[in-house]
Design a protein around this ligand. Sequence first.
Ligand code: 13P
Length: 261
Amino acid sequence: MNIDKGFCMKKLIVANWKMNGSVQLAKELVRDIINGLSVLPDVLGKCEFIICPANLYMYIVRHSSATTPYITLGAQDCAAEENGAHTGDTSASMLKDSACRYVIVGHSERRIDRGETSAVIKAKAQAAHNSGMKIILCVGETLHDRQSGHAENIVRTQLLESVPETANVKNTVIAYEPVWSIGSGLVPELAEIRGMHAMIAQELEKKGWPAAEIRVLYGGSVKADNAKPILNMHEVHGALIGGASMDAAAFIAIAQTVETV
Ligand code: 13P
């Protein structure tokens, strides 16, 4: 807790369900998450939760969590455009209108699999901000970047090229997700995570963002058995969780590793 600066920040625990689930699974999963968390006041005192389902299942999370202030609805992507002839896309204002408060932008599965450049991600981030939503902006190096010694430069460049002018410490959370760590069971050394998070925070401080309020999440194979040292680092303000967020017990067990805020 940043007592010295008079600012207390809970850890942000984000579920990214990706393109997984079904109506039944989404209903059961969100029910089990809420039932599990509702009896853990200690965890609720230290963590905030965001659930990012596929768009079709948002109504389930919205409906189920209507009376649980500790769960916020998020989206996994948004269009860069405000509206118009963009078949298949969903605009930021539509997401906002559907009770989303956060949107993930720049996930490596979109940067790599869907060819989204940092310029596109910046436009999406800006669209989200313009509609009044907050963003979770993902950055992260590939294994090749890492092995060739360029990880830090790649992440810095992604960050600087993707953060729009509309971003500030209140409406933007960064997620550091090494691509090689996603779904692989591999996680970086703690010192590597610390170093990358510190670099990201420094870059944002250079923009005038107050250090005590900057949030940088870690994502990539976070599980209950590796979360404790990661989530309790001063430089890590939460986790962006894929696979383990599809299991209520595993998801809650990760939050239970948070010791203090
Ligand atoms: P895993 O937790 O499955 O590695 O996924 C991480 C991720 O991509 C979250 O956005």
